[in-house]
Ligand binder design. Structure first.
Ligand SMILES: [Zn+2]
Length: 70
């Protein structure tokens, strides 16, 4: 299984950083449809370091389709 580099947290929405929506295609996720990508640690140029919790669609084909359709 290949692991894609995650997009920078600053380019993501609050929903994506909290794992409420897919980090790739923005689809709203629930526990049955989400893959946990693990806790990420960010040290921004300004402000305090923080953690974020990306999740992605379990349905990778559908996810890639939605991402391209954007
Ligand atoms: Zn997705």
């Amino acid at each position: 299984m290949s692991v894609r580099d995650l997009p920078p947290a600053r380019e993501l929405t609050e929903y994506q950083r909290r794992g409420w929506s897919c980090v790739w295609c923005h689809a709203v996720l629930d526990a049955t449809r989400a893959v946990d990508l693990g806790q990420q640690r960010v040290k921004p140029d300004e402000g305090a370091a923080y953690s974020w919790f990306p999740r992605a669609c379990a349905d990778k084909a559908g996810c890639a389709e939605r991402e391209t359709a954007k």
